[in-house]
Design a protein. Structure first.
Length: 265
């Protein structure tokens, strides 16, 4: 079965998993599947309770008479409450990332209405406007599943690069202050684009890759001129950074602390 890519950390994992095993980012489809499996297990347990109550009835009838009636009454009440609870649980206690069928219908309608707006900006190459609209949709309530938009990987890269350039505005101050924690974010973003972390996503078109390679060139310049790593050093670091198939932020924190003295404004 093909794997899916985590939109948060970029790792590949089984689509049936409820969350990314590496960064614990919620996978809505996998979470819903696991939830339904647990619900079925609870239903089977309730069936077992019915059988156990019947066995208890036949056994205790010979021993305690009237006390048995009270026991069965309590048991039946518990079963009824359990059935009511599980019948209503999906409606009142559903996790926030799961949707009812009515909500799914509304979400599909929302996507049909708004994905063309994103498509129009994407096709026109108006990426600044695309990012503004994408961010607005991302922050709307209820949550919208932008993962289903065909150009989601490209937009996600633009968002990450925008955060990268924003952090570079404060980079000189981070260096002066020796702020290793803040510099870790710069290292993480620069390394991901330097290594073309996006290259394995099959949903990116050739034109997408060409555009992102331009952003990668900017990141490479930062790596060489600001962080002062050579290509040879970057090649040596790659196997260490990608030991789990993706760059771990914690590894970038270690690099920022270890090599901070070589970073220049």
């Amino acid at each position: 079965m093909s794997e899916i890519k985590c939109p948060n950390c970029g790792a590949m994992f089984d689509p049936h998993e409820p969350k990314c095993p590496y960064c614990e980012y919620i996978n809505p489809a996998g979470a819903q599947e696991k939830y339904m499996q647990k619900l079925e297990q609870h239903r089977l347990k309730l069936d077992n309770v019915d059988e156990e109550a019947a066995d208890l009835y036949h056994t205790e009838m010979k021993k305690k008479g009237r006390r048995l009636a009270l026991t069965i009454g309590i048991t039946v009440a518990v079963i009824i409450l359990g059935i009511v609870f599980f019948a209503l649980k999906d409606r009142f206690f559903r996790p926030s990332y799961e949707r009812s069928s009515e909500e799914e219908i509304r979400e599909i309608a929302w996507q049909r209405e708004n994905f063309p707006k994103l498509d129009e900006l994407y096709e026109a190459g108006k990426y600044d406007e695309l990012l503004d609209l994408y961010d607005r949709f991302s922050l709307e309530t209820p949550y919208h599943d932008l993962w289903n938009w065909p150009h989601f990987p490209f937009a996600d890269c633009l968002v990450r690069f925008s955060l990268f350039t924003d952090s570079m505005e404060s980079y000189p101050r981070y260096v002066r202050e020796g702020n290793a924690s803040a510099l870790s974010s710069v290292v993480y973003a620069a390394f991901r684009f330097y290594y073309r972390d996006y290259d394995s996503d099959t949903r990116l078109s050739e034109s997408d890759l060409k555009f992102l390679d331009g952003l990668s060139a900017y990141a490479a310049d930062i790596v060489h001129s600001k962080l002062n790593f050579t290509d040879e050093e970057m090649s040596e670091l790659r196997s260490e950074l990608y030991s789990k198939g993706y760059i771990e932020f914690s590894a970038c924190e270690d690099i920022a602390k270890k090599y901070m003295n070589r970073f220049t404004e």
